[in-house]
Design a protein around this ligand. Structure first.
Ligand code: HEM
Length: 439
């Protein structure tokens, strides 16, 4: 029975890499089998659902229109379908029964593996895309004044929808739109984003257990305007938030959720990047351990894109490749690869020749293993990921997570819950479910 209860060739040469390597040797990591330790069962079916021809013909997820409209410009906020929050979300939550809750979870699981031609999955599962949506909806939270975060579901509106860091997440929201329509006022957008990300983690074998409903939607994006650290609101300005107020903002640069993945202002310097990570995540209320678990646990899944979309030419962040060899399965391979391998900076278009074909002028820098015959040779890291190895206070935890999957499980579970529940605007009594009950 469903139980519903109330309630992350320039040789890697930073001195810190030696510290990490020494640490790794001391715990025998370099001698370990490089296979990730799997504990959880990947729950999703390997085959994915192909849509019918009729469905493909009406598939508008890439145009934010029709039944897939799920992002609204400022001028559309007042009269758009599915925008207005209910008068009393607590009453709506009370109306859920076991059957409709099971139906919601089934709809989400079906969506994870149902292909859409204009925005294909990378490896048969939209889960990683949903996790990024949930993370970006939540990562705007700042502890300085308790503003931002997933509650309110404001990522569907201007200005958050337009932040460069949120690129292509409009398609992720569109994938959720039919589900929102089906459940209407009973399910807020904010809850739907976080549920989709959390259930995706569970569906791919990850360690999350509980989900609580209760995020009341905002009717507009107005309350996100003050999250912009550049008072001009110009997302192209590249203003560093530190220049305005060093302690206030959760992101480092206007238009980002957190840090520039290629390093501060695009400089591929891992140690400097680690400092930015420390600053931004502590403004979100996260410590070293939680930050390392979140970045590496999040990047157990999915990949970076310079070759997305139907024609394989759409850039999101503009790097290309996955962090692990199993990007739709929960494991600690990210940390094993990060700690055990030496990494070197490389141009994205050198790492992946197809990027040079599609984007000849592309100038992104990412990282590859120095050992080009390693089991991790096809995986990638960004400068920020290498930053997790570059700082001893991060690498301490990365080394532990590389050898103890259980330690990563509990640290990630706790940090994910913190990340996705921060901020104000909740109903007074949350409605919580055990996600295990839907498998
Ligand atoms: C220092 C912090 C972080 C940095 C610099 C970073 C950077 C990135 C970049 C550049 C991408 C590629 C986007 C694209 O091109 O599609 C990405 C994707 C992703 N990130 Fe992060 N990230 C960070 C933290 C996190 C956290 C905390 C989570 C979740 C807990 C997370 C989960 C993901 C997932 C699941 C994807 C794959 C999305 C997909 O496959 O479509 N990231 N991240």
């Amino acid at each position: 029975m469903v139980k519903i209860v109330a309630a992350v060739l320039l040789q890697w040469a930073c001195a810190d890499s030696e510290i990490s390597a020494m640490f790794a040797k001391s715990v025998g990591l370099l001698e370990t089998d490089k296979k990730p330790q799997h504990k959880h069962t990947n729950r999703h079916a390997k085959s994915h659902n192909q849509p019918s021809l009729a469905e493909v013909a009406t598939d508008t997820i890439c145009s934010n229109s029709g039944i897939y409209k799920a992002t609204w410009a400022e001028s559309e906020e007042s009269d758009a379908l599915n925008v207005a929050p209910p008068a009393d979300y607590a009453i709506e939550l009370d109306s859920w029964d076991d059957a409709s809750m099971t139906l919601l979870m089934t709809e989400l699981k079906t969506m994870f593996t149902t292909e859409h031609a204009c925005w294909p999955t990378d490896a048969g599962h939209y889960g990683p895309f949903m996790i990024r949506l949930a993370w970006h909806a939540s990562g705007s939270f700042r502890s300085s004044d308790n503003k931002g975060g997933s509650v309110g579901g404001r990522i569907r509106f201007f200005p958050e929808a337009d932040w460069p860091d949120n690129g292509n997440l409009d398609k992720a929201r569109s994938l959720l739109a039919p589900i929102k329509t089906k459940f209407g006022a009973k399910l807020s957008w904010g809850d739907l984003y976080i549920l989709a990300g959390t259930l995706a983690i569970v569906d791919m074998g990850g360690p999350c257990t509980t989900f609580c409903f209760g995020r009341q939607d905002d009717a507009s994006g107005a309350d996100s305007k003050m999250l912009n650290c550049d008072p001009s609101g110009d997302v192209g300005s590249l203003v560093r938030c530190d220049d305005n107020d060093p302690d206030k903002f959760s992101q480092d640069q206007q238009g980002l959720i957190y840090v520039n993945a290629q390093g501060p202002n695009g400089d591929p310097n891992p140690y400097m990047s680690s400092q930015d990570i420390k600053r931004t995540f502590s403004r979100m209320g996260m410590n070293w351990q939680q930050t390392a678990a979140l970045v590496g646990g999040g990047h157990a899944f999915g990949q970076s894109h310079a070759l997305a979309g139907e024609a394989g030419d759409v850039k999101t962040a503009g790097f290309e490749g996955a962090w692990t060899n199993n990007p739709t399965e929960w494991d600690n391979e990210y940390f094993q690869a990060l700690i055990e391998e030496d990494w070197e900076a490389v141009e994205t278009k050198v790492f992946n020749a197809q990027v040079a074909v599609k984007h000849p002028l592309h100038a992104n820098i990412q990282w590859q293993t120095v050992n080009r015959t390693s089991v991790f040779k096809d995986t990638m890291m960004t400068t920020a990921d290498i930053g997790i190895k570059a700082h001893p206070d991060f690498s301490l935890h990365a080394v532990r997570y590389a050898s103890h999957l259980a330690a990563l499980d509990s640290a990630f579970r706790e940090a994910w819950e913190l990340l996705t529940t921060r901020g104000s605007g909740w109903v007074s009594t949350k409605r919580c479910v055990q996600l295990e009950d839907f498998y």
